[in-house]
Structures are given as C-alpha cells and as structure tokens.
Design a protein around this ligand. Structure first.
Ligand code: ZN
Length: 473
C-alpha cells in the first residue's frame, strides 16, 4: 500500500517534467528539481529513524535539563552526518523550571484522586499544600461577574471546552493571574486539548508581575467535567492541591545551526527550523522533534537530490520555545546585522499531520496573525502570496499547495518581526491537539509516510525559494 502511494506520487511528478523545457513559469522551471526532492524524500527513512533516536535515546528535554544538553550534542552530530556545512551551536541562556511531586484530590463531596500536570513556570504550593473550595467558571466574564465575593480564598477551575488552540489557550496562560486579582489561592485549567484519555495537557503560564503569583495546574477533561457536574448539582467541592515545582538558576543552552551554503549568493539565507526543547512529559516527538527533523530532512533531501541552490539554506534547531522563547529572541539578537539578507524564515511546529500548504507572515507575533493594517502591508502580502502561488503547482502532487496569510512560528517570530518574511508550515492539526503537551506525545504516533511527504513539501519550497530569481522580500 505504502509503496503504491509512493509510486503514484513520483510518477505524477515525473509526468510533468517534459513540460519544463517549453514553459516559462517559476513552477515549470523547478519541476525537475521538485521531482528529485520528492523522490529522495520518499526513499529515505533517515529523518524518521533520527526522530526515533532523539525520542528513545534522549527523551523529553525541557529547557535547562541535562537531556536538552544531550539533545543539542546529538543534533550537532546528526546535522554533520546528514552532510550539512558550518554545523555549530550558538549559546543562549535559558530558564530552568523543574517539576516536583504533584498531587491533588477532592475531599468533598467525595474523595477522587485527580490527574494533574502543573503548568510550566507555576510557583509551588506552600509546604503541606492548599486545601480550599473550588469555584467553577466557564469564561473570564463569568469570573469577573463573581468578583472577589465569589472567588477570594478559593481555587478557580476554568472549565472551558477546547474551541481551537488559539481561542482557548488564554485560560491556561493568563488564568492564574486573572483569578489572583480576586484573591484566589490557586487555579486549575481544563486541559487545552481536543481529546483526553486521562491525559492532562501541560504548557506554560504567564504571570502578571503586579499580582500575587498563585500555583496553577492543568486537570484532565474528565476531572474538569466531573467538577462541573458537582457544581451544577449544587455540591460543595473541597480540594487539596500540592505541587513542589522549583526554579533553578538560568542555564546555558544553545541553538543548533547547519547550512547548505549557497553556490552563488551565499549571504542570502532561507532559514528553516523547529525547536529542540520540549515539555518534560512524553517524548517531545510531535512538539517539536518532528519539526526539527522535517526541516533537517528537507535539507538532506535537497543534498541527496544532487542540488545546490544559489542561496544558503540554513537549518536552525531553536532552544527554549516552550517556556521563554529565548532561542528565537537570542537568534534575532545575534543575527540582527544580517537579517536584511534573509529571504524567508520558515518554521514547522505543529506536529506531523500532512502539510496542506504554507502561511505567509509579515508580523511575527505568533500564530493566526493574518491581519493587514496598512497599504504597505497589503502590497507586501499581495506580492508575497502571488510568488508563493506561482510555486504552488510544485506542491499539488502532495496536496500541499494551499498558500494563505497566517502565522509563522514562535521561534522565527522575533526574526520575522524584523522584516524577514515568515512562513508557517500548514500541517493538518486534527490529531495534534489530542497529544500536544502530554505524556502521549511519543514517537509511535508519528506516521512515517506523512513525515516523508512533509519533508518533500518543505524541501521543494525551500529549494525554490533559495534558487529562484525574485524573493518574498
Ligand atoms: Zn512547539
């Protein structure tokens, strides 16, 4: 079955090659190269096997941990083995937040052990934990209506169903401080994910420095729904929470960089990458080991195809995306002088779902920012999209040809905000939010053929951007 799919894909690309000689369009010019990149991507298991190594030999890798250091050393070795040039690390100082013992149970109306994961960067509970009544809210509006009278000295549970990551993640990020404003002693958030088999989804929070810092944890969808039902019955919910997280001094870490040096205009750069750090649960397989290895695999597929583009293709594995974005910010700071020569900064950081297309970002403020505010932005967007759409036929055999405005990625965001055109890899995220930031983000769920096709899509676009006459700038 798998072989058949590959054969059909390759032959559908190859059938187009004869047209290349006659036609003039950018897509036609790159068809032979695209067919070769597709071929090398589908024939290689290297990136998939490398991801297996990263997951099993290193495992999860939170910023500041020894495992992240191991992953960085592994990445240097792996980029060199793949044939990249100028492989090196660039030092970055990162926060080191460490999870300790975490437990919670309801005391009333009945004792239930809860499945929790502390939110990254949460403060610990006082020694001995916190015991308090729970108040369940479904929105910040509801919290505001309750005010201090309904919230003070209580634990707030945000029971907000998943309506898309961007739409729901605010409760995880800002919920603790919003509750602390009214005197809450802790906050719980229903996991920001689309599915749970008793799997809490962690993720970072951000405290408002002007308000007291209260401990905050994710509870499972199952536990959140149970407490919602208890509240609806008018039952008093009493809960005990203990978390022993600690902050350790900032640690040295690094971005890992490797290149295919351009043959003609090496100072002009197509940057592409993902982030090597992960949360401290699961294996960080789809968030974001796979994004790193899709971009490295794409570079390798270009080399394996015997191609050497005019511009430099630079692969960057960023550090500390999950709880600080120090890798992305540090990269921008260290390379400010050369960012004017970058023609694109692409990031793959939404799992290994089939790539459906790419999103063009001129803002760099994160995801879902397809906002046009000025005539200059409108002109840039129209020009950029027209260029991407001229290349889209190369991606049609992979069903990855959808080009639209959108976000790029957290790591490339600071670079994009400096004027470098950003590209987000538009993975199908249907199953990504089921396992995102959970113990279930493990290698077994990475589908090899999807990864090979994703590598091909990124490789074809990166090659064309590095080889073509014009640019997105
Ligand atoms: Zn990520």
């Amino acid at each position: 079955m798998r072989v058949m799919v590959k054969a059909v894909l390759v032959s559908s690309m190859l059938q187009w090659v004869p047209f290349a000689a006659q036609a003039q369009s950018a897509a036609d010019r790159f068809r032979p190269a695209a067919a070769r990149i597709l071929g090398t991507s589908l024939q290689s298991s290297t990136a998939y096997d490398q991801l297996g190594e990263l997951c099993d030999q290193v495992g999860n890798r939170i910023s500041g941990s020894e495992r992240l250091d191991q992953a960085i050393a592994w990445a240097v070795k792996t980029m060199k083995a793949d044939g990249l040039q100028n492989v090196h690390t660039e030092k970055i100082l990162v926060p080191h937040w460490k999870r300790g013992v975490e437990r919670a149970w309801t005391l009333a109306p009945q004792r239930h052990e809860l499945s929790i994961l502390g939110l990254g960067m949460s403060v610990p509970t006082p020694k001995g934990g916190i015991t308090a009544d729970v108040v369940v809210v479904g929105s910040f509006d509801e919290l505001d209506r309750l005010g201090e009278a309904g919230v003070k000295d209580r634990i707030v549970l945000y029971d907000v169903p998943f309506a898309g990551y961007g739409q729901t993640v605010g409760y995880r990020v800002a919920g603790a401080s919003r509750a602390a404003r009214y005197g809450a002693v802790a906050s719980l958030v229903r996991s920001v994910g689309s599915l749970s088999f008793d799997t809490p989804h962690t993720g970072t929070l951000a405290y408002d420095e002007k308000l007291p810092k209260i401990p905050s944890v994710a509870v499972t969808i199952e536990n959140s729904a149970m407490m919602r039902r208890m509240a609806q019955r008018g039952e008093r919910i009493q809960l005990h929470l203990e978390i022993e997280n600690e902050f350790i001094t900032d640690q040295p870490s690094a971005n890992v960089v490797g290149e295919i040096v351009g043959s003609d205009r090496p100072q002009e750069v197509v940057l592409m990458g993902g982030h090597l750090d992960s949360w401290d649960v699961g294996q960080g397989a789809q968030d974001d080991g796979v994004g790193c290895l899709i971009t490295l695999g794409a570079a390798k597929a270009i080399l394996d195809a015997g191609l050497r583009p005019k511009r430099t293709i630079r692969v960057v594995f960023f550090t500390n995306e999950e709880n600080g974005d120090k890798g992305g910010k540090g990269y921008r700071d260290a390379h400010k002088a050369e960012l004017g020569n970058f023609v694109a900064a692409l990031e793959s950081d939404s799992g290994n779902g089939p790539v459906k297309g790419f999103t063009l970002d001129f803002h760099g403020e994160g995801r879902n920012k397809a906002v046009i505010t000025t005539p200059e932005e409108k002109a840039r967007a129209e020009k950029g999209l027209a260029l991407l759409k001229s290349l889209a036929p190369l991606l049609e055999p992979l069903d990855a040809a959808k080009m639209e405005l959108g976000g790029s990625g957290t790591d490339v965001g600071p670079t994009v905000a400096e004027g470098v055109p950003g590209l987000g890899v538009g993975h199908d995220t249907t199953h990504y939010w089921e396992i995102h930031h959970t113990k279930a983000d493990t290698f077994d769920k990475v589908i090899k053929l999807d990864m090979q096709k994703n590598i091909a899509a990124v490789g074809i676009l990166a090659y064309a951007l590095a080889e073509m006459e014009g640019s997105l700038r």
